[in-house]
Design a protein around this ligand. Sequence first.
Ligand code: IMP
Length: 192
Amino acid sequence: MKKLVFATNNKHKLEEVAPLIKSHFELLSLADIACFEEIEEPHDTLIDNAFEKARFIYNRYKMDCFADDTGLEIDALDGRPGVYSARYAGENCSFQDNVKKVLLEMKGQKMRTARFKTVIALILNGREYSFEGVVEGEIIDQQSGTEGFGYDPIFRPNGYAETFAEMSLKEKNKISHRALASKKLIDFLNAI
Ligand code: IMP
């Protein structure tokens, strides 16, 4: 089976994407290839950050790889935290710090619409491709649920009564931004 590196250190992301990709490719994590460095995300767009990570791995390890970058865009906050979702509450902040900051900024706000957007950057045989997944929803006014990670406890996808953090991994994987982008990646990989 062909090897494909997923350039992430986030075990939640690996858990989400591995079941989608496993039957098609041998998915390797950064730990599997003994890459323990923090890869920079210096750009102000998801796609540039995703390619930064993928190129870092491709150039250093010469292995086919993909990387994702995800942001939560909240309309009432002019699209924030967006590309700054990971460190919204400051350097070395926790998921909880970020969630609390968003809840504070959204306090009393009537417009609650938001979306998660994932961009996957793939480098295969030296060529670059990208795939996007978006899920629309809203920011609820208090945390609910303990599954998932990041902003999951305050994001409720449209058409559902639960937040992502109240869904099982299997349920989240049916509709999530990362699952949608991953499916596009898999369809592409299957077609070549
Ligand atoms: P990253 O740069 O792609 O790792 O994602 C940036 C930040 O977005 C993460 O640190 C999380 O806070 C958040 N995030 C990414 N994906 C998800 C998700 O599926 N659910 C909730 N939050 C997420």
